[in-house]
Design a protein around this ligand. Structure first.
Ligand SMILES: Nc1nc2c(c(=O)[nH]1)N[C@H]1C(S)=C(S)[C@@H](COP(=O)(O)OP(=O)(O)OC[C@H]3O[C@@H](n4cnc5c(=O)[nH]c(N)nc54)[C@H](O)[C@@H]3O)O[C@H]1N2
Ligand SMILES: Nc1nc2c(c(=O)[nH]1)N[C@H]1C(S)=C(S)[C@@H](COP(=O)(O)OP(=O)(O)OC[C@H]3O[C@@H](n4cnc5c(=O)[nH]c(N)nc54)[C@H](O)[C@@H]3O)O[C@H]1N2
Ligand code: SF4
Ligand SMILES: [Mo]
Length: 695
């Protein structure tokens, strides 16, 4: 029997943990975390373990499909790859001839392999590359840029060495990143304190020393009061502040009214507890890590919540500190050369972005754009028409609010293409579905993980595809060939990898031993000097000219969240440990673990409506209604109801997931227009629903 072991990268979620995959006679038999990867310790999460079930799943697109009926009707014509790629390239060419390359929009899931996608979009002559992030982490990204001039990923979460970790809107033990889970568990076992601030008592809260069930949407008030105490009681790191923080006096004056007593009225958290947390953090500083948030597309002030969390870290001297948020190293920072970029194969298009990012909205980072604004541009044809949209490993009809509105906007398109490894609402609504091989059946371009110990890594093909599916570089290369984008036409993946490795001193063979090539021997903590921070002043800017220049306050006065009308609840959402977003609900193994979601509702609120735990209720709002079982629990704030995101599938091709549970996105009518204008993220928790007993 031919047994094989390869190092690769998990693709069941965007974390992309290093893995080791075993196969026998071309069939995958075992996956574990890469034993050589620090902090992974051979571990995988349940979803990573279900990678084999993804291959085995017959209910996914198994060959290219071209739409035969109306959009969304589900009538398809199975075609060969040649026909599918000819069809897409032909349509793109026609659109480019009449409307220019700029009329093509492309979105993906960002991450370490995006260079290939960005190169492809540039090759088309379009400035409109975007990723999903307006529905995820854009607010925290922009918060980091506004204060430090750095991306959020330029700062490492050094859980393993932390003395006190605060998780606010971050359910670390259920919304998983395997290394973070292992690191925090190790830290806790060495005495690290954990504080959790959430609207629900989660599994993460169960491990906390302190848990605060906060009133939904009032985190900014909580954080302002913590800053108030740190400054009033002179608990902050004065030496650090003197060297690195600009305009501290303005912050001091700004937070004066925001006392813990005031915050208690907003958040429901006792004033003494807030003050005591601030004091406890100061004791542990600078080895303190107040998580600035990940899935922060929630409120119209989420950007300011993220900013205030970063400011707390800065006041405690945790920015750049071991056990806090040290600086991530790029290859350049450790004296090495980075991978050669594919995006540089083509000139940067001179056109302005359709979403207005970088010109109409100068405060935002143009790299990832803001997809909801691109959809708005698509609808209005302003600043110019968008006629083709390629949703690449992305399901905006599940991941953006108000899918019905979005479907209406897509009617403006001459071409909608989905590149995907599972069925999705977007794929079902597309004109062409190009099936990507599951990650165990495809290789990706080489990528670099910046961090304390930066490294290059490789995703290798563990087994050959079961169906007629292809790898990214084969699909985009196939289109590139037909569109005359010569530089992007690599014959083999090795040719492509060799191109990327030029000048790095690393060879493909160097990946054989562990799947990774470290660029430095041991973790490297870099000094926070003037060259590290990329703001105009080289310091942490509490007042940002870029924000103020765009008419936005740097220190924004607190405004209370909208109150629910009587009988209504704020709709909130999050993840569960065994599913990823909207695309694992039909995975045979994961479906078995959790076939449906339930509606979390505060016990007292439910009992006042004569509801019983487990009974089916009707949820309505935004002109939609749906039924779901209710879970009455003391572990959620009475103003909110909560759904695990991603359920409520309605595609007949997914027999396991079909009709199970309810989708949160449906209850967000008008949600494409409700966003955080300072941070750029959509604000998906600014919507309310009614829950009714079914007579
Ligand atoms: N209402 C509501 N909306 C949300 C959220 C929410 O909680 N509630 N969460 C938000 C968040 S945090 C995010 S990140 C976005 C996510 O939004 P998406 O990125 O759209 O979510 P996924 O379900 O992960 O969709 C990925 C799609 O890519 C396909 N795919 C192809 N190749 C791969 C691969 O290699 N790996 C993976 N994983 N998928 C592949 C999958 O089949 C799937 O169809 O949604 C956001 N939207
Ligand atoms: N198992 C699993 N792990 C994942 C993913 C997955 O789909 N499944 N997706 C990955 C992705 S793309 C992302 S972005 C991350 C997301 O990681 P997180 O941001 O940690 O994820 P969520 O579960 O969306 O939300 C965290 C918590 O916020 C709470 N919350 C909601 N509203 C409020 C509020 O007003 N205030 C406070 N303080 N808390 C509130 C929710 O109750 C929830 O427990 O997870 C990543 N890891
Ligand atoms: S967190 Fe789980 S699903 Fe995500 S990449 Fe890691 S092992 Fe895979
Ligand atoms: Mo996300």
């Amino acid at each position: 029997m031919a047994k094989k072991k390869v190092f690769s990268v998990c693709g069941m979620c965007s974390v992309r943990c290093p893995i080791e995959v075993e196969s026998e006679d071309g069939v995958c038999t075992f996956i574990q975390g890469n034993p050589h990867a620090a902090g992974i310790e051979k571990a995988l999460c349940a979803r990573g373990g279900a990678g084999i079930a993804l291959i085995d799943d017959d209910e996914r697109p198994r060959h290219p499909l071209i739409r035969a009926g109306k959009r969304g009707e589900g009538k398809w014509r199975g075609v060969s790859w040649d026909e599918a790629l000819d069809h897409v390239a032909g349509a793109l060419k026609r659109i480019m001839e009449s409307h220019g390359g700029r009329s093509i929009l492309f979105s993906d899931r960002g991450g370490p392999f995006r260079d290939l996608h960005q190169a492809f979009v540039r090759g088309l002559g379009s400035p409109n590359y975007s990723n999903h992030d307006a529905s995820c982490a854009r607010n925290v990204e922009h918060a980091a840029l506004s204060l430090f001039g750095l991306s959020r990923k330029d700062l490492v979460y050094d859980y393993r060495n932390a003395g006190h970790v605060v998780l606010q809107t971050r359910n670390l033990f259920e919304s998983i990143n395997v290394k973070e889970v292992n690191d925090l568990v190790a830290a806790i076992s060495h005495g690290c304190k954990l504080t959790v601030v959430d609207i629900r008592h989660t599994r993460t809260a169960a491990k906390a020393d302190r848990f605060f069930m906060i009133r939904p949407g009032t985190d900014y008030a909580f954080n302002l009061a913590v800053i108030h105490v740190l400054l009033r009681e002179r608990l902050y790191d004065e030496d650090f502040a003197g060297r690195h923080i600009k305009d501290l006096d303005r912050l001091e004056a700004f937070v004066r009214p925001y006392t813990p007593r005031w915050a208690e009225g907003e958040t429901g958290i006792p004033a003494e507890e807030i003050a005591s947390l601030a004091r406890s953090l100061a004791e542990a500083g600078p080895a303190v890590l107040w998580h600035p948030g990940w899935m922060t597309a929630r409120y119209t002030d989420s950007f300011y919540v993220c900013r205030s969390a970063y400011i707390i870290n800065a006041l405690l001297g945790a920015i750049g500190a071991k056990g806090g948020l040290p600086l991530a190293n790029t290859p350049g920072a450790v004296g090495r050369k980075g991978l050669k970029k594919l995006v540089d194969l083509f000139p940067k298009p001179g056109e302005k972005r359709a979403d207005g990012v970088g010109w109409r909205h100068p405060q935002f980072d143009p790299g990832a754009g803001l997809l909801h604004l691109a959809f708005k541009a698509m609808q209005a044809g302003d600043p110019y028409p968008l006629k083709a949209y390629i949703a690449y490993r992305h399901d905006p009809l599940m991941g953006f609010p108000d899918p019905e509105a979005l479907k209406g906007i897509f009617e403006k398109l001459d071409l909608l293409v989905s590149v995907t490894f599972s069925w999705s609402d977007t794929a079902w609504f597309s004109d062409v579905v190009l099936p990507l091989s599951p990650y165990l059946e495809r290789e990706s371009i080489l990528a670099c993980k910046n961090g304390l110990k930066p490294y290059f890594f490789v995703r290798q093909r563990a087994v050959e595809p079961r169906f007629d599916t292809r790898a990214d570089w084969e699909i985009l290369g196939g289109l590139a060939k037909r569109l005359g984008m010569v530089p992007l036409c690599f014959e083999t993946i090795e040719d492509l990898w060799n191109y990327q490795l030029q000048g790095t001193g690393v060879r493909i063979e160097d990946f054989a031993a562990t799947g990774m090539v470290p660029l430095v021997d041991k973790p490297h903590y870099r000094e926070l000097d003037e060259t590290a921070l990329k703001t105009p002043s080289g310091r942490i800017e509490l007042v940002s000219d870029r924000l103020e220049g765009a008419g936005l306050p740097s220190l924004k006065p607190y405004e209370p969240p909208k109150k629910a009308e009587k009988g209504k609840f704020r709709i909130t959402f999050g993840r569960c440990p065994v599913h990823t977003q909207g695309h694992t609900m039909n995975n045979p193994l994961l479906h078995e673990q959790m076939p449906e979601n339930v509606l979390w509702m505060n016990r007292e609120a439910g009992e006042n409506m004569n509801l019983e735990n487990g009974e089916e209720v009707e949820v309505s709002g935004s002109g939609y209604r749906g039924r779901i079982k209710v879970r009455l629990t003391d572990f959620i704030h009475p103003e909110a109801v909560f759904l695990v995101h991603g359920f409520g599938h309605s595609l007949p091709v997914e027999t396991r997931a079909f009709g199970k549970g309810l989708s949160d996105s449906l209850f967000m009518r008008g949600g494409l227009e409700v966003w955080d204008e300072a941070g750029g993220g959509v604000a998906m928790q600014e919507h309310f629903v009614t829950v009714t007993k079914i007579a």
